[in-house]
Design a protein around this ligand. Structure first.
Ligand code: ASP
Length: 591
């Protein structure tokens, strides 16, 4: 960081001073991080955004400054000037970047007084999240939190730089708009000027970015806030930030290639090096080998199909599953990878049941190749040998096997795999491609899009929607989806077919998305794009397990902001103006 323009408060950043500046007279400003009285001498660690600097107050050299320092308390705001001196040999602090020097203060001025903060401003004291968010401006003074936001800044700058160089235009889209179908509930804003009508806050800029392509902008991006009113359990936030992009005259390859390079630049800003091209896995392969469409490959321990090995098995559990159209799949835990004593295997069996499996078969492969397993007596030697082979197993390995419907077996083994995996090292990025277009919603008794309904389908569109594939792609980092997108539909007739498959009546489609259908009639180029979850990417790069750690002012799990008290009641007059009647007090607990 460049030296500040010298003024009456400071002419240097405190945290940047090093031994090469000793002998200079400098002025610094910031907060009292810590104060120590050593008999005559007073030491103050002064903190500004760049770090800490030790100030020394000597009663005999600067009695006035020394007297003022005696009254300073943590978090008071001061400016201090004096000579930067080298510390004595024995008191150099190698743990501090400025640890070789200290400021011999000649004058100090207190600029603001601080109440005792509700928690110490250091990284070592554990503080409850509610308190942290209630006093977020103090929490943000703490090094660990501040560094995470600095990293976020660097990531965002890398995005802007890269995309500008590649000819992307940063364009804004409305916040007050109509519902955008990303599958979540909308936040609604009542219209005062059209009483009874409502705006929706965007769940994403999806439709507007497609309109930019119809308009001929060719390459668009925006780092944009999106709003989704959903249950906040899985570390979600009601407002979150996406890097949103769209390109014209492109296929999947073009989007993926530009994103590979973007990710390399962006992750480098977070100190992570990527080898390109990033791997790709089809959806089917991901579901088979990892039991999920967002695999984390770091633990190894892949899942394999054991259908062939047990094709002729007399063991009822396997025979029934295979005979009923289900699968038998297994997970190999290599010898020595993790401890799986009997008690742990029983826990895993319980966990498998909790996840919906009928049960879990476990087996330890012995030196002879035989299995130590409660079900060994029902299986032939050949079956056991074939299963070990299909799993690439060896003596000492533990095998976990589920016989069930395909979706259940995949989910259960996928979860167990992560539950037993040792803490992974490094990062794993890959693309998942070739998704099904729809998934069946048993609750709603209809097809739902796996991505969104503007994703281009492939395959025989006269076949059942369950057989359609889509031109979508997801990017997965460390087992979390950090981005997803697709090549879009650019013809109104195909768009209508998709709406039909979703069971959206033509009038309803017209009412909700008529403007898009109309735009597609005026020459829409082939186009596609993607959106990355900025918060999630930053959290992974910063090594934090919650996106709240990389958002300056996040909400709690119940969607509240303890700092401002939002959401909060409004007065009756405001509601009247908006033509909104207050809801009767809730009788049942709210979601
Ligand atoms: N609009 C999509 C989303 O928010 C991303 C995309 O398809 O570009 O997930």
């Amino acid at each position: 960081m460049r030296a500040p323009r010298g003024n009456r408060f400071r002419d240097r950043w405190a945290g940047t001073l090093r031994a090469d500046r000793t002998g200079e007279r400098v002025r610094v400003a910031g907060w009292v991080h810590r104060r120590r009285d050593h008999g005559g001498l007073i030491f103050v660690d002064l903190r500004d955004r760049t770090g800490l600097l030790q100030l020394v107050f000597r009663p005999e050299e600067a009695p006035e400054a020394h007297a003022a320092a005696a009254a300073l308390r943590p978090e008071d705001v001061v400016t201090a000037a004096g000579e930067l001196v080298r510390r004595d040999e024995g008191v150099v602090n190698p743990g501090l970047p400025t640890g070789e020097v200290e400021l011999n203060v000649g004058e100090v001025e207190q600029l603001a007084d601080a109440d005792t903060p509700p928690f110490p401003i250091d990284d070592d004291s554990p503080v409850g999240e509610e308190t942290r968010l209630r006093y977020r401006y103090l929490d943000l003074r703490r090094e660990r939190v501040a560094r995470a936001l600095e990293l976020r800044h660097r990531v965002v700058q890398a995005m802007h730089r890269f995309l500008d160089e590649r000819g992307f235009l940063e364009l804004e889209t409305p916040m007050l708009t109509r519902s955008t179908p990303e599958g979540a509930r909308d936040f609604l804003v009542p219209s005062r000027m059209q009483p009874g009508d409502w705006y929706a806050l965007p769940q994403s800029p999806q439709l507007f970015k497609q309109l930019f392509m119809v308009a001929g902008f060719e390459r668009y991006y925006q780092i944009v806030r999106c709003f989704r009113d959903e249950a906040l359990r899985a570390d979600r936030q009601p407002e979150f930030t996406q890097l949103d992009m769209e390109l014209s005259f492109v296929d999947e390859e073009d989007v993926i290639e530009v994103c590979d390079e973007l990710l390399r630049e962006v992750l480098a800003a977070g100190g992570v090096e990527l080898e390109l091209p990033l791997d790709r896995l089809t959806y089917d392969e991901a579901m088979l080998r990892y039991g999920t469409d967002r695999p984390d490959r770091r633990p190894g321990m892949e899942i394999a199909d054991l259908g062939e090995a047990f094709a002729g098995s007399d063991f009822r559990v396997f025979a029934d599953a295979l005979g009923g159209g289900g699968v038998v799949r297994g997970l190999r835990v290599p010898a020595g990878a993790v401890e799986l004593p009997r008690r742990r295997l029983d826990e895993l069996t319980e966990q498998a049941r909790g996840l919906g499996a009928k049960g879990l078969v476990w087996a330890v492969v012995e030196e002879s190749g035989a299995w130590r397993s409660p079900v060994a007596k029902f299986l032939s030697e050949g079956e056991m040998a074939d299963a070990v082979k299909a799993l690439d197993g060896a003596p000492g390995d533990t095998l976990l096997i589920v016989a069930d419907e395909e979706a259940v077996a995949a989910r259960v083994l996928g979860e167990l795999r992560l539950a037993i995996a040792p803490p992974p090292q490094g990062h794993d990025l890959l693309w998942v491609v070739d998704f099904p277009m729809f998934e069946w919603s048993e609750d709603e008794r209809r097809w739902d899009p796996l991505h969104h309904p503007f994703t281009a389908p492939v395959g025989d569109l006269d076949a059942t929607p369950g057989a359609w594939r889509s031109r979508a792609y997801d990017i997965v980092m460390d087992g979390l989806e950090i981005g997803g997108g697709s090549i879009r539909i650019n013809r109104p007739d195909i768009q209508r077919k998709v709406f039909d498959a979703l069971g959206l009546a033509p009038e309803e489609a017209q009412a909700r998305f008529g403007f898009l259908l109309e735009a597609l009639r005026y020459g829409a180029p082939p186009h596609g794009g993607i959106a990355f979850g900025l918060d999630r990417m930053c959290a992974l790069l910063a090594g934090r397990n919650s996106i709240r750690e990389v958002i300056a002012f996040p909400k709690t799990a119940s969607g509240a902001d303890p700092l401002t008290g939002a959401p909060a009641p409004v007065d009756a007059r405001q509601l009247r103006e908006l033509g909104v009647r207050p809801a009767p007090p809730p009788t049942a607990p709210r979601e």
